[in-house]
Ligand binder design. Structure first.
Ligand code: FAD
Length: 283
């Protein structure tokens, strides 16, 4: 099912982000059985990350195919254009289409350290235009409720977000954030810029304080102080810490749904328990 159809139902749809396990085939099999188990909650789609520079190319594509064929869920591969040429991009995307994939999350990606080859596109808007021209894929793009780290300022970040939509994207999946006020302020900016596609908030259920701090450094999301203090009370990965993570994510999602979110994108980090309990709560 294509993105436009998924988000036109008027109901809040959950989507799940997973990554291709590095270690071995058993981990991938475990992930597949988790996804089959989660099928009962009818997630709108499962997005699969892609290592910028193509490091996870085969693993990402392999997992996307298995999600489509074995888990019977709608996959949305991520694709990053750094370190890629147009010939490769076109053949990779056409291969996905032949496998029955209908949606894609089109990203620039962050070039791996030391990378200095020529690349096909300098920003994601050019990739979106290329995908639109060469395929029938429905295209989503990334948005940043707390502004992208390399943006000149917030206004220019929104300006380039609009460019991605004008080039043919039909949905925005956001970077994770913990403070809903920042998301609501972002939605205002998006609306003011005349961007009229679904903006799907990205939520990370946090297992422990170390993970909270790590993800915040990686993604630039600010942590509300009271949230930080709550995690400080518990040992890493203790039952209390995990329950706290589930409770905080549920509260955050409830407020987003009450305010009309058409979707919730869960950054699952391939964690079964937290994902399961959150989906069960909203089932
Ligand atoms: P762009 O939209 O190109 O924006 C990058 C920066 O350039 C921004 O500051 C923007 O304001 C500016 N800009 C945009 N267009 C122009 C232009 N035409 N001229 C000048 N400046 C411009 N990374 C991965 O490696 N793999 C993944 O699987 C992955 N999945 C992600 C999923 C989500 C939901 C999100 C939010 C991010 C994900 N990322 C992933 C991270 C992403 O690749 C990085 O944040 C990257 O730095 C930016 O990608 P982008 O597509 O947003 O870039």
């Amino acid at each position: 099912m294509k993105l436009t159809e998924i988000y036109s139902s008027g109901k809040t749809r959950f989507s799940l982000e997973v990554f291709p396990p590095k270690e071995n085939k058993n981990k991938e099999n475990d992930l597949l059985s988790t996804l089959r188990e989660l099928e009962r909650f009818r997630p709108a789609l499962v997005s699969v990350t892609y290592g910028a520079g193509g490091s996870s190319r085969e693993k990402s594509a392999g997992l996307v195919k298995r999600i489509n064929n074995e888990a019977k869920l709608t996959p949305m591969p991520h694709f990053t254009c750094v370190c890629s040429n147009t010939q490769f991009i076109e053949s990779y995307l056409k291969e996905l289409e032949r496998e029955g994939v209908e949606n894609i999350l089109a990203l620039k990606g962050d070039p791996p350290k030391g990378f200095n080859d020529e690349e096909a596109f300098s920003h994601a808007d050019e990739l979106v235009a290329f995908i639109k021209d060469k395929t029938n894929l429905s295209i989503a793009v990334a948005g940043y409720p707390e502004c992208h780290k390399d943006a000149k300022d917030f206004d220019s970040d929104i300006y380039f977000l609009k460019k991605k939509i004008d080039c043919g994207a039909c949905a925005i999946f956001t970077q994770l954030f913990f403070d809903n006020k920042k998301f609501f302020a972002y939605l205002e900016k998006v609306k003011k810029a005349n961007i009229n596609v679904p903006v799907i908030p990205g939520i990370l259920p946090v297992k422990n304080i170390a993970q909270l701090q790590k993800m915040t450094i990686m993604c630039g999301a600010s942590i509300p102080l009271d949230m930080l203090h709550k995690y400080e009370r518990f040992e890493d990965n203790s039952e209390d810490s995990i329950k706290l993570g589930i409770e905080i994510a549920i509260k955050q999602i409830e407020e987003l749904i009450d305010n009309g979110a058409n979707g919730i994108h869960l950054y699952t980090l391939n964690q079964r328990r937290m994902t399961y309990e959150i989906l069960q709560h909203f089932n």
